[in-house]
Design a protein around this ligand. Structure first.
Ligand SMILES: Cc1cc2nc3c(=O)[nH]c(=O)nc-3n(C[C@H](O)[C@H](O)[C@H](O)COP(=O)(O)O)c2cc1C
Length: 351
């Protein structure tokens, strides 16, 4: 039994977003204090075999925090102290947004999943950009850049560009989010012309390294279109995947009928399939995300072609020791299979 087993029942007795707020608040309170250093001593796994170099950045280990956990870039330092090798903050939009009415985040406990329809609530690019400039985290910090709610398709490129310019100084890499199922008109954002216009605007503004985050619900031809853009604009990477609007028949929890994006266990295999699909077609690092909750799950994505992995939902269910468990487990799996490093294992299952 670890400490989280004791407080999980308390957190789970509260609405999901309230519990998230408490955890986030504790992390904020630890920032820059001896508690943060104590967490780092307890949770960080230092081993050169875990280190990954991707898009010209050095990652101490391949396990990152996915977008949405730290929307306003308030806790990259404490998350690094929990042992994560990188943090993607955001989604950030040009203007501050309150998001959808609550409740808008639901646990599906029996399924190890979450459904959320947050609607990209965040402090906006001006505030987050300023905060980010003051962040001094020991790991790379990526910024997830999203479209403002009220902005129509034609104005989307300028909207993304505005946000990028505000967060440029504080980010180590940038992720174009065209795949948030809770943002209005997102299907439209994922057609080839829209994606190209957004990416072009960001490239013109100097955005690099620039990655694109894809939806697991995209039909194959649309994924091919996205990958054509990756090649055409020489993007530095692909993040696969965002949440799904699908509802697998296996879901058991009462909350399965809620509207929004589904994340966690039920998304795992589909996300891994998408990692493989992308890794087979482009020659840039893939960040694998969706249902990672263990070393074995992280390893499956790495073997399917992911250079890095990320998670959000499992952190809610497993608690603060998860990054350490995954990193320690990865070292064992590498040893078992005779790999010298994580980088050696990337894409091992590809033809
Ligand atoms: C509450 C919540 C908020 C999220 N917000 C964002 C977001 O702002 N931008 C984004 O690209 N993805 C967002 N995501 C998606 C995650 O980054 C990730 O792609 C997805 O949850 C799958 O990973 P997981 O199964 O480990 O949670 C969010 C997920 C959750 C659960």
């Amino acid at each position: 039994m670890n400490g989280y087993d004791l407080i999980r029942p308390l957190l789970f007795s509260l609405p999901a977003e309230t519990a998230h707020g408490i955890v986030h608040g504790l992390l904020r309170a630890s920032d820059g204090t001896p508690v943060e250093s104590a967490m780092a001593r307890r949770y960080r796994v230092r081993d050169p075999r875990l280190a990954v170099e991707a898009f010209d950045r050095e990652f101490p280990n391949p396990v990152g925090v996915a977008a949405g956990f730290d929307k306003n870039a308030e806790v990259p330092g404490p998350l690094a102290a929990l042992g994560f090798g990188f943090v993607e903050v955001g989604g950030v939009t040009a203007e501050p947004q309150t998001g959808n009415p609550r409740p808008r985040m639901f646990r599906l406990r029996e399924d190890g999943a979450i459904i959320n329809r947050m609607g990209l609530n965040n402090d906006g690019a001006d505030v987050v950009g300023e905060r980010l400039a003051g962040v001094d985290a020991p790991v790379p910090v990526g910024v997830n850049v999203a479209k403002s709610e009220h902005v129509g398709g034609a104005d989307a490129p300028a909207d993304y560009r505005y946000t990028y310019e505000r967060v440029a100084e504080g980010g180590d890499f940038f992720v174009v989010n065209v795949s948030c199922p809770n943002s209005q008109g997102f299907e439209e954002l994922q057609n080839r012309e829209s994606m190209a216009a957004i990416v072009e605007a960001l490239r013109d503004a100097g955005a690099a390294p620039l990655l694109i985050k894809l939806s697991p619900d995209l039909p194959e031809p649309a994924v091919e279109d996205a990958l054509a853009i990756v090649r055409e604009y020489e993007l530095e990477g692909v993040v696969a995947t965002n949440t799904t609007t699908e509802r697998p028949a296996s879901l058991r929890s009462e909350n399965r009928a809620e509207t929004g994006g589904l994340s966690g266990k039920p998304l795992e295999d589909e996300a891994t399939r998408m990692v493989r699909f992308v890794a087979e077609r482009v020659d840039v690092p893939v960040v694998g995300v969706g249902g990672v909750s263990s070393a074995e799950g992280a390893y499956r994505k790495i073997r399917a072609g992911a250079s890095l992995v990320q998670l959000y939902t499992a952190l809610v269910y497993e608690g603060p020791s998860l990054a350490r468990e995954i990193n320690e487990g990865l070292l064992e799996l590498l040893e078992r299979d005779g790999f010298d490093s994580v980088e050696d294992a990337v894409g091992a299952d590809l033809e």
